[in-house]
Ligand binder design. Structure first.
Ligand code: FRU
Length: 434
């Protein structure tokens, strides 16, 4: 059992979270992985389980690319999702073999050993270049799945299928089309009902794309046409290392994980986060909500257990205060009168994050020696309080504004011995450290 703020692979390479579910008393997280090296290569499904979302136990690889339909050198078992039916856990994944991406199924009764369905693939590729990342769910007594596709006419779309038994699937039609500024192909779609709205999330692919790595479309769905009636399109996170999100239900909570990583087509791609024995990690598990048309996400309550109680208050000034390695900071500022403040989190001598808020905007400046590395302008709204919570370890900083109204995730990848610091540049003088 290993306690981890950010779930990492046991060894080798990790990217997308896959097959998230709660099955027979355990949370299951599968993930895209190459157990044989520190770089992306033929994909397997790694697997870890937990009772509380913070103490993790690694399980044997769940899916090996061992069938003819998933044997390409640059293929394997790509992303997908899970669904629990009775005592059985089903994985619906992308198999990449013979140059084709197809939808396949595997199942398990013990949650550890998986058997691939003899009748794979369950959905043949309709001759599309891209056809991957099925996300399955149950709605009104029927199974549905959404999948990212790039069709023959060169159009990126999210397609909707339905089924009564998980094995035979009917194509309903395109649900949402890629377009200007939201990518030519949409990876890792997810569709779910949350707080009275339908939410469609995805990660865009596009050469020269200059938006955020994961987006949410909020509105309503007409399942028969199908059609997504868009009310709002917003980033799921305003940082640059929050990709391929997936959600699942646990009791009445919707929980989301993302890969804290980035591909070369994304803005400010900065290489992969390599360590001696592994590359990559996931975000904190976040509980999601929709409020006033905005997407909220904040760490699940179990994360509190990583910290001892109430924390201690320290005063900050323009002098640097050193922070311990695994840590959490909380800053609360009443926004009476002057609605402004500015702090700097030093990650290393050459890398600093400046958070500058004025009115109802927070500007995050990621600074490197030589200038600004990236800039995010984050709108937040109504409350008369500004609450900033930062969770960090040697891999990643996750910042939550106003209990998850907006978030910012950035990899810092500094190895075990880093020693960050914080100082106030304007208007903030009290800070809680956990
Ligand atoms: C997203 C992605 C998916 C694909 C997987 C392959 O990061 O490109 O579309 O299934 O990674 O590892």
């Amino acid at each position: 059992m290993k306690r981890m703020l950010h779930l990492k692979p046991e060894r080798g390479w990790m990217n997308d979270p896959n097959g998230l579910c709660f099955f027979k008393g355990l949370f299951h997280v599968f993930y895209q992985c190459n157990p044989h090296g520190l770089d992306w290569a033929r994909m397997h499904w790694g697997h870890a389980v937990s009772r509380n979302l913070i103490d993790w136990e690694y399980c044997p690889i769940a899916l090996y690319p061992d069938r003819s339909y998933e044997c390409d050198e640059d293929g394997g078992c790509f992303s997908g999702s899970a669904i629990v039916v009775g005592d059985r856990l089903f994985l619906i994944y992308t198999a990449v073999g013979g140059g084709k991406q197809r939808v396949c199924l595997a199942y398990s009764d013990d949650g550890v050993n998986f058997k691939k369905h003899d009748g794979n693939p369950i959905i043949e590729n309709p001759l599309f270049r891209d056809f991957r990342d099925p996300k399955v769910f149950l709605h009104d007594g029927k199974y549905y799945l959404v999948i990212g596709a790039y069709d023959k006419t060169g159009k990126g779309q999210i397609l909707l299928y339905s089924s009564s038994n998980l094995l035979e699937w009917n194509y309903i039609g395109p649900l949402f089309a890629a377009g200007k500024n939201i990518g030519t192909m949409l990876e890792c779609p997810d569709l779910f009902f949350l707080d009275g709205k339908w939410v469609l999330t995805f990660s865009p692919v596009d050469e020269g794309y200059d938006g955020y790595p994961a987006m949410a479309v909020i509105g309503d769905v007409d399942f028969s046409k199908p059609d997504f009636l868009v009310e709002n399109i917003i980033p799921l996170d305003y940082g640059k290392d929050f990709y391929a999100t997936q959600t699942f239900m646990h009791e009445d909570r919707r929980i989301m994980f993302a890969w804290c990583g980035s591909w070369p087509w994304l803005p400010e791609f900065n290489g992969f986060d390599k360590h001696d024995t592994y590359t990559g990690h996931l975000s904190l598990p976040r509980e999601c909500h929709i409020r006033d048309g905005r997407f909220y996400s904040k760490p699940v309550m179990e994360v509190e257990e990583l910290f001892n109680g109430a924390g201690r208050e320290i005063e900050i000034s323009s002098e640097r205060v050193r922070l311990e390695v695994v840590n959490r900071l909380r800053i609360e500022k009443m926004l009476e009168g002057k609605r402004s403040g500015k702090i700097e989190i030093g990650i290393s001598e050459n890398h600093r994050l400046i958070i500058d808020f004025r009115g109802s905007n927070a500007v995050f400046l990621s600074m490197e020696e030589g200038g600004i590395k990236s800039l995010s302008n984050i709108p937040f709204c109504k409350s008369d309080k500004f609450i900033l919570e930062v969770f960090y370890d040697c891999d990643t900083l996750e910042v939550f504004i106003n209990e998850g109204e907006a978030t910012y995730t950035e990899n810092i990848g500094l190895g075990e011995s880093f020693s960050p610091w914080i100082r106030s540049l304007e208007g903030i003088n009290l800070l809680k450290i956990f």
